[in-house]
Write a protein that binds this ligand. Structure first.
Ligand code: SF4
Length: 327
């Protein structure tokens, strides 16, 4: 609705269509079978758009999404269907992502019957099994979404995704709307299901603290680009990008004496008008003159650790022979 009102307002004022926004650019990312890859960044950084491109909800306007080595845009028929079933998404809001007029039995069981994964006769047993797997009583299948708590609804959303037997699940802020204690339960559920169903997760979150418990690798996004990518432990102990370091400083620590809260100054610039050079330079405490005009490329600064910052060259990495992400 906000977008519609904005467009209507522009038309009435004779301003025409707004300029196109590049929500994601230059992202070059492999997702490894069985891993939990976290994608972290502030609201508006492009992480949700990235997740939607992975699931095929939004086709990329440039570049390619590969699934099992094949370009998704070229897929047709059974191959395309296998991709659409194989990559599922769990949404942020468990209150609006379930059809309020459908019983849980149909929310979970309808799509696998339509796609021929189970027969209608097997469907009831199939739904009961999935409800048990996500920690819900099978008797709940006759109920409607409004009869459940937020955590239970998210479990139903997980069962609905699992019903299509995916190998990759994209979780878009999947625990952000839940109470902290429920968040921990749902995160534990994700980890149990990873082992039981041989799943790979792309876990989109604005909260580094949440992903620290479950991710194997973390990609930090800023204004549509990945600025740092590394194993989770390396992100927490050896982050090289000033934006990642600022995100880490915002994490609360348990001891009040050690608490350090140093919010990132300024606001995320508009993706419609990104700053020249390094997009983070208006907020970066280490910005140098070249940062205002020259965009840093993502370089491998240590094995498996990638960072896009001119400081890496000052620190002695990024010279000739350094691996650079290919866009
Ligand atoms: Fe800061 Fe410059 Fe590095 Fe950007 S390239 S993060 S502005 S030091």
């Amino acid at each position: 609705p906000a977008d519609f009102i904005d467009r209507l307002g522009r038309r009435l004022r004779g301003l025409g269509e707004p300029p196109p926004v590049q929500a994601v650019a230059g992202v070059d990312l492999d997702i490894v079978h069985g891993e939990v890859l976290a994608v972290v960044g502030e609201s508006g950084c492009g992480k949700t758009t990235l997740g939607r491109m992975l699931t095929g909800i939004i086709p990329p306007t440039a570049g390619r999404v590969l699934y099992r080595g094949r370009d998704v845009a070229q897929m047709r028929g059974a191959e395309r269907r296998a991709y659409e079933l194989g990559v599922q998404m769990i949404f942020q809001d468990p209150f609006s992502s379930l059809n309020p007029r459908m019983r849980v039995r149909d929310i979970i069981g309808e799509a696998p019957v339509v796609h021929g994964l189970v027969s209608r006769a097997q469907c009831d047993d199939y739904v009961c099994g999935l409800l048990r797997k996500v920690g819900l009583d099978p008797d709940y299948r006759e109920r409607y979404p409004h009869q459940f708590s937020g955590g239970q609804r998210q479990r139903i959303g997980v069962a609905r995704a699992l019903a299509l037997r995916p190998d990759i699940i994209v979780c878009d802020e999947a625990v952000a709307a839940l109470d902290v204690s429920i968040q921990a339960q749902v995160l534990n559920l994700f980890m149990d299901l990873r082992n039981d169903f041989d799943l790979t997760y792309v876990f989109i979150s604005h909260n580094l603290g949440v992903v620290s418990h479950i991710s194997d690798r973390v990609a930090i996004m800023y204004l549509g680009r990945i600025v740092e990518l590394a194993a989770t432990e390396d992100v927490f102990t050896a982050a090289t990008h000033p934006y990642t370091q600022a995100l880490l400083k915002e994490l609360p620590v348990l001891s009040a004496a050690k608490r350090q809260f140093d919010p990132i100054s300024g606001e995320l610039p508009s993706p419609a008008d990104p700053p020249a050079g390094c997009a983070f330079h208006p907020r970066c405490p280490h910005a140098m003159p070249r940062c205002r005009s020259e965009r840093p490329v993502l370089q491998e600064v240590a094995p498996g650790h990638w960072s896009a910052c001119h400081l890496n060259e000052v620190a002695g990495v990024g010279g000739p022979g350094t691996k650079v992400a290919a866009f």
